[in-house]
Design a protein around this ligand. Sequence first.
Ligand code: GUN
Length: 296
Amino acid sequence: MTARVIDGKVHAEELVAKVTEGTAKLKQAHGAVPGLAVVLVGSDPASQVYVSSKSKRAAACGFHSVQRDLPEDTSEADLLAEVERLNADPSIHGILVQLPLPRHIDSGKVIQAIAPHKDVDGFHFINVGKLGTGEAETALVPCTPAGSMLLIESALGKDLSGKTAVVVGRSNIVGKPMFNLLLQANATVTIAHSRTADLPALCRTADILVAAIGKPEFIKGDWVKPGATVIDVGINRIDAPEKGEGKTRLVGDVEYSAAAERAGAITPVPGGVGPMTIAMLMANTLRAAEQSVTNA
Ligand code: GUN
């Protein structure tokens, strides 16, 4: 079997088109423009790329888009003060502080300082709690798992009753919220991690396999159950001497070619989950803006 490739770019464009339309409607009906503030501390090159693509996407959706670039030596108190300013700013509906933060700043403290209704990352305890207790309707849900879920739905539909899902990776950003979303869709879900015994055998039970561990090509092709839906969340840059000296390329957490021979459907890297994350951030920001109008 050769897997159907799940094209994240196409699904992301569809979602962004819906967001752009929703933004125009909100403006027409209520005179409100969704506002997204993205805060970057320091000059990590990968984070700079992510942040600028988030800001550009926001502007393209018709949002009020604000980017705050703060120096590496910004104090925790100054960052918290910036978050407070954005919390109080009525033109801003979504706040995202790019992670990782420099080591001298307590990320947890900063995340919990963001007003839950503006927490478009879905990392605040209130949003995590709502998702965990099945109140996803009013929660802001983390973008990468929410985007991954849309890709799973595109392959298998919304109801995953009777399906077995294995999520490899237990991070707060991906693994744990992914678990909750799959569970809510009626899948039977297991989270695997670095201490799991016989990971290959567990993966082979998965109708839905989500890889979110951040290790290049860690999940081997023969760990994939024939016909499974494989969602590769990993984005890893590795050396590519075949492309020339000093060249690199992006790979996922899954050994793609071998996995694609067994899977029913699979996301590529790049062009799979990545574009969905940013599209979902736009959807969350529109939602936050719509809710602020409703609750005004
Ligand atoms: N760094 C890597 N992924 C993310 C994300 O989803 N949100 C934020 N804020 N930072 C990240």
